[in-house]
Design a protein around this ligand. Structure first.
Ligand SMILES: *[C@@H]1O[C@H](CO)[C@@H](O)[C@H](O)[C@H]1NC(C)=O
Ligand SMILES: *[C@@H]1O[C@H](CO)[C@@H](O)[C@H](O)[C@H]1NC(C)=O
Ligand SMILES: *[C@@H]1O[C@H](CO)[C@@H](O)[C@H](O)[C@H]1NC(C)=O
Length: 491
């Protein structure tokens, strides 16, 4: 059994804000006060714009078949590289980088909430508006909601589809389950960097019949001539429709997994930033980790606007010093990973937030999910106001600045080299506590010293722990033991 990690070249695309401190500038957290290195954060915003992307190296190694040997304990390590390391920014200044990200972030949150509403309120297919495409035709239906795509804020990864493997970039999405790739013939395909996948040139392409468990696991499916059609809509206007098939998925330089259920999308709408498709990492039966029977997976978000690398790992043990929290599942929607959160504190003082605000109910309402694609943590307005007020109270000596986009609490730190701010912490329902480093909640929004408190209110009952707050932290999903682990500085 291969014990070494299987390496896969990936690109990290996130909606997130840049990591503001490098390792040598790690903030010190003394008791209930944390230090933010303002100068280093500002320097980072300048560096982002002048990064020279590296060419991607191809690491093709002859693949071997893993299907027979893939046990739940085979570790799989995928390398993630930041978007900036391969993609030159078209923005002129950091503020426009930031505003574009925050706009995408709002679209992402809206799409998550839409999907949850559909699941909780039990909206039936028949209630949904049909999409106007040839293939969706009479059968498949989708909610059409105007909005930009959620697609840009994800991890990208190079994988092979079919046999022989066609190498393509795929988005890695922790917020959805169904894997899919744009497929010829295209009724409607958006632009992608690699050639469109051609099913007729793959010997392992095999349509699924309608009576298969994979077909039955789809939220929206239809039968045509006995074979399974799928449709996934992301709640924000983007969607994919096509044949639901099994294919061989090859992780670059390593290993081929046979019979992965994947959508062969002939009609695809949305902005998936040049990727050929998507690998779903959610908790549902059709997600990639579920299909390979992964017992766990973890990722680390580091310096997203720099060229440092991080990894996505399957079946790796949780770091033993991880701060753990209960991993909860909703009875209504198995895609999302909920965390048992009891409360939050500022400078060691637990906030007065009713525990019901964070508690996932039996009917799938409220609760807190951990999402890698959402940048800024969203809290119910009541909880946000408590948090914000406590933070403002503890930062009275800092010069304030006008709000920016969804941030209402900003500071003008242009005259500071570093500042001390109250520590913000999550308190989990098992009694463990995660202190956030200051750079994970006080972030630059331009290059001239404006920093904002990076939490935002939401009118939805669902709270989301976003990736700004996960920065520099390895987040482990122990699916077997229902635990989420947070390991600060374990990237
Ligand atoms: C259904 O299958 C038949 C025979 O294989 C084929 O001729 C026909 O074109 C198919 N119909 C559709 C809608 O794909
Ligand atoms: C995962 O488990 C299922 C059910 O036990 C099994 O049928 C399937 O072959 C397994 N998949 C892999 C890739 O090991
Ligand atoms: C921040 O403060 C500096 C110095 O007091 C001032 O020159 C600058 O205009 C302020 N910036 C903003 C955005 O208010």
């Amino acid at each position: 059994m291969a014990k070494n990690g299987f390496h896969l070249l990936c690109i990290l695309f996130t909606l997130s804000l840049p990591s503001t401190l490098s390792r040598s500038y790690l903030p010190t957290s003394i008791g209930e006060i944390s230090e933010l290195d303002v100068s280093a954060s500002i320097q980072k915003t300048l560096d982002v714009l002048s990064l020279t992307p590296r060419p991607l190296q191809s690491q093709m190694v002859s693949s071997f078949d893993l299907s027979s040997s893939l046990s739940s304990f085979s570790p799989l390590t995928l390398q993630l590289h930041s978007r900036a390391s391969v993609h030159k920014s078209s923005h002129q200044d950091y503020e426009s980088v930031m505003l574009a990200r925050l706009a995408r972030d709002s679209a992402r949150v809206e799409s998550i909430q839409t999907r949850l509403d559909l699941a909780v309120n039990g909206v039936r297919k028949a209630d949904l508006k049909p999409v106007n495409t040839e293939l969706a035709a009479a059968d498949l239906e989708v909610p059409v909601i105007s909005g930009t795509s959620q697609g840009s804020g994800e991890y990208f990864c190079r994988v092979g589809i079919g046999r022989p493997a066609s190498q393509v970039y795929m988005v890695l999405d922790t917020g959805s389950d169904v894997n899919w790739v744009q497929c010829a013939p295209c009724g409607d395909c958006y632009q992608q960097a690699d050639p469109i996948f051609e099913p007729t040139s793959s010997s392992s392409y095999s349509p699924l019949t309608c009576d298969t468990h994979q077909c039955k696991s789809l939220d929206v499916s239809e039968c045509r001539n006995g074979t399974c059609l799928y449709e996934v809509s992301y709640g924000d206007g983007s969607y994919t429709v096509g044949d639901f098939v099994t294919e061989t998925v090859t992780l670059e330089g390593s290993t081929a997994v046979q019979n992965i259920a994947i959508g062969c999308g002939h009609n695809n709408e949305g902005l998936f930033v040049g990727a050929a498709g998507l690998i779903g990492l959610g908790g549902g039966a059709l997600s990639f980790p579920s299909q390979i029977n992964a017992t766990s997976y973890s990722y680390c978000l580091v310096d997203r606007d720099s060229d440092s690398a991080s990894t996505l790992e399957f079946n790796s043990p949780m770091p033993h010093d991880a701060i753990t929290a209960p991993l909860l599942r909703s009875s209504k929607l198995d895609t999302f990973y909920y965390v048992g959160l009891r409360g939050m504190s500022v400078a060691g003082q637990l906030l007065h937030i009713p525990s019901s605000v964070f508690k996932l109910t039996g009917d799938g309402n409220a609760g807190v999910i951990v999402d890698s694609g959402t940048a800024v943590t969203r809290l119910q307005t009541e909880a946000y106001n408590e948090l914000r007020d406590a933070f403002v109270k503890g930062t009275k000596e800092l010069p304030s600045a006008a709000g920016v986009a969804l941030f209402d609490t900003c500071y003008n730190l242009s005259q500071k080299k570093s500042v001390q701010v109250p520590t913000v912490a999550f308190h989990f329902s098992n009694g463990q506590k995660l202190d956030l480093p200051a750079k994970n909640y006080l972030i630059p929004v331009d290059s001239s010293g404006t920093f904002c408190f990076a939490f935002a209110p939401t009118s939805s009952s669902l709270s989301i722990v976003g990736n700004v707050q996960q920065q520099g932290t390895r987040v482990s999903y122990d699916l077997q033991n229902s635990l989420i682990g947070f390991s600060p500085n374990k990237c």
